[in-house]
Design a protein around this ligand. Structure first.
Ligand code: SAM
Ligand code: SF4
Ligand code: SF4
Length: 338
């Protein structure tokens, strides 16, 4: 429960969601995120002492919850690589008013799903960019099979972590061929498939605008096989636009971070593995909460710092990118309404 006034940023947006990265390491080398050429052998990942401890994360989570954060999503890197992640989930699940979710590549989910649910995890999002084994192998570059991720999804469903969201990043020339097969596979499963536009996050992936497959194209491709109709958002400012199959086989979503920026409704803050607060996915500077915490700061001082960071927040990177690339709007309008 909030015990302090809700925080509004400089554009009047409330603080609602916190994403916490629990490790910078990953067992995949997805070409659009951690390409092998950059994250090869010898890459200097953070030493253990640099990571926030579970107790430090839980302390901050309590302060955020008191400031109106309703949902915490654990991410990374690959969060299931962090030793004892179940214990962190237990600590977070004990904080009143917080919903705990986690995003994973699914490789370790089959073995961990039951323990995660028992620790208090409520929902899981699993990333899966292809059903074809050869295409998936070329994307993750780590030898993980599609079958292993599907087993993870089934184990999560069996553990009660439903409805499960399945995230698919679509990149031109990488996996457009997988859009319809993924839709066919997850239709009627009760899981919610979501297609994400490839973003210029970080600087390692060599992002190019012409590699973005607009959500409108994704919807058109699926709609040619399985007619779709739009659904109302679950809540104002929902990041994914919801659609449903007209034949009643369930819903799917698209996240149009590039062609339809949603900065006006962005209520999200990010806490990095080493305890820096970032007010935008594309921010280059983060506020060092860990340094403050490890210098012995009181809860009051930490609260004042995070409140100040949010109050000063101006970010709207995706909107500015959209304005700087007006051709994108044309792409979207060309397809929209189908
Ligand atoms: N390793 C976990 C996973 O893959 O689910 C959690 C971390 S991963 C960074 C979180 C999500 O970001 C995944 O769904 C991934 O596909 C997505 N992602 C990574 N790089 C992206 C990019 N350049 N554009 C769009 N989505 C991206
Ligand atoms: Fe790892 Fe997730 Fe990035 Fe793929 S998207 S490299 S699984 S962190
Ligand atoms: Fe939020 Fe930044 Fe993404 Fe805009 S670009 S939606 S402000 S994270």
């Amino acid at each position: 429960m909030s015990t302090l006034p809700p925080l509004l940023d400089a554009r009047g947006r409330a603080l609602r969601d916190l994403r916490i990265s629990v490790t910078d390491r990953c067992n995949f080398r997805c070409v659009y995120c951690m390409p092998k050429t950059v994250f090869g052998r010898g890459y200097p990942f953070l030493p253990r002492a640099e990571l926030l401890s579970f107790e430090e994360i839980a302390r901050l989570a309590r302060l955020f919850a008191a400031r109106g954060v309703k949902k915490i999503r654990l991410t990374g890197g690959e969060p299931l690589l962090r030793n004892g992640i179940e214990r962190l989930i237990e600590l977070l699940a004990a904080i009143p008013g917080l919903e705990i979710a986690l995003t994973t590549n699914g490789a370790l989910l089959a073995q961990k799903a039951a323990a995660l649910a028992a620790a208090g995890l409520k929902r899981v999002t699993v990333s899966l960019d292809a059903l074809d084994e050869a295409v998936f192998a070329r994307i993750n570059e780590a030898g993980c099979s599609v079958a292993r991720v599907l087993d993870g999804i089934e184990a999560a469903a069996a553990a009660g972590l439903s409805p499960i969201k399945i995230n698919c990043v679509v990149k031109r020339g990488m996996n457009e061929s997988e859009i319809v097969p993924l839709a066919r596979h997850f239709r009627g499963s009760g899981h919610i498939l979501r297609f994400i536009e490839y973003m210029d996050a970080g600087s390692a992936n060599g992002w190019r605008l012409d590699e973005v497959v607009p959500s409108a194209e994704v919807l058109r491709r699926i709609g040619e096989h399985f007619p779709l109709e739009p659904l109302e958002p679950n809540y104002p400012g929902e990041v994914a636009q919801r659609w449903r199959y007209r034949d009643g086989a369930g819903e799917l979503g698209v996240i149009s971070s590039v062609t339809r920026a949603f900065c006006d409704a962005c209520t999200r803050l990010r806490l990095s593995t080493e305890g820096r607060l970032y007010t935008c996915l594309f921010a280059s500077e983060g506020f060092d909460l860990r340094a403050l915490m490890r210098s012995g700061a009181s809860d009051e001082a930490l609260d004042a710092a995070l409140a100040q960071v949010w109050a000063a927040r101006q970010d709207r990177y995706s909107q500015l990118r959209l304005q700087a690339t007006p051709g994108l709007k044309k792409i979207e309008m060309h397809y929209i309404g189908g």
